[in-house]
Design a protein around this ligand. Structure first.
Ligand SMILES: *Cc1c(COP(=O)(O)O)cnc(C)c1O
Length: 341
């Protein structure tokens, strides 16, 4: 199986396992794990923030970010396909009792017109108070332009709101744009990054922000049961990934482009590469059927709605895998032609 379902499929490399096995540890709930502290300090510095908090998952990181920036009955504005509203069991409404208000935008960011319309009359007694905007970069591989992100940050701050950036794949955006991670995080009050996606670490994310926000985030992590003890064992994997697996994301982007190019030559199929992802365009309504055939041919993929399929390049995927996957996808597509939908 060539597993292109997600960049979460990576396994720790032998070097990463050695770093983990040799990690210096302590009780992190007491703030005594030196490896976790080092990971938090280095992550904060890379993102240009005062502090960071190591958490078990990106999901928890987003939920904590909402919890510390918006209160009961307040509004969170986010893209309708963003992870924080679409893929976290409605957690913002359960945990922070925050009301999500979602926009759709192919480019991943809300227009100025929409922001102004939504902010108008915010002090009306009938309205929930708008408290937080969340952006995702990358959004399913799509890089949100930094100028647009800054525009949204400026808007949020001018209206007494905060900006959260779900940067699970912020590293991919930074590499694709050729800028430092801190530049992508600029303007965000909180930023969440994952170590367990393209970076290839087995566990964990971090939430970064100012010292007071992260102090409150540390309390919220404990509230959610996310306090960990000798977490240096897993944090060492994340540190190793930060040191050795960021720049190499360019290889994944190159492989995604190579796969998209090959798929686009298959009759009836279209494909677009976005950082480390390929979005295949299937004949109308036939993505689930094609995805099943592709999986049957030994290539892991994920259908996105009726007409699209996602493939993700990652640390464990080689050029040979990409070429083999392209052949198998073409073979799977051939089994569909002639069959009526
Ligand atoms: C994967 C992902 C998350 C959640 O991370 P987990 O560690 O899987 O909980 C959050 N946001 C985005 C954009 C993601 O891709």
């Amino acid at each position: 199986m060539i597993d292109l379902r997600s960049d979460t499929a990576t396994r720790p490399t032998p070097e990463m396992r050695r770093a983990m096995a040799g990690a210096e540890v302590g009780d992190d709930v007491f703030g005594e794990d030196p490896t976790v502290r080092r990971l938090e300090e280095e992550t904060a510095a890379l993102l240009g923030k005062e502090a960071a908090l190591y958490v078990p998952s990106g999901h928890m990181s987003n939920q904590i970010a909402v919890y510390v920036s918006a209160g009961s009955g307040e509004e969170l504005w986010a893209h309708e396909r963003s992870h924080v509203v679409a893929n976290e069991q409605g957690g913002t409404s359960v945990l922070a009792r925050v009301l999500p208000r979602t926009f759709d935008a192919a480019e991943g960011h809300p227009s100025q017109e929409l922001l102004e319309r939504w902010a108008a009359g915010a002090d009306d007694v009938h309205r929930a108070r708008p408290a937080l905007i969340s952006l995702e970069n990358t959004l399913t591989g799509l890089v949100v332009p930094l100028a647009e992100q800054r525009r949204v940050a400026d808007f949020a701050h001018a209206h007494g709101m905060r900006l959260h950036l779900d940067g699970a794949r912020l590293w991919n955006a930074a590499v694709a744009l050729g800028v430092a991670p801190a530049e992508v995080a600029e303007g965000a009050d909180t930023v969440s990054v994952c170590f367990s996606k393209g970076l290839g670490a087995p566990v964990g994310s971090a939430l970064a922000g100012d010292t007071d926000t992260i102090r409150r985030a540390r309390r919220a992590r404990k509230l959610l049961g996310g306090g960990m003890r000798q977490a240096g064992i897993i944090a060492a994997g994340a540190l190793h990934a930060l040191h050795h697996h960021v720049d190499r994301l360019a290889e994944d982007h190159g492989r995604a482009a190579r796969l998209a190019e090959a798929i686009a030559t298959v009759p009836g199929l279209g494909a677009q590469a976005r950082t480390n992802m390929v979005i295949l365009e299937a004949p109308e309504g036939r993505a689930p059927e094609l995805a099943a055939a592709v999986t049957g041919h030994g290539v892991g993929c994920v259908p996105l709605g009726p007409s699209h399929i996602r493939f993700v390049a990652h640390l464990d995927i080689t050029d040979t895998d990409i070429d083999e996957a392209a052949k198998l996808i073409a073979a799977a597509a051939a089994t569909l032609t002639g069959k009526n939908p």
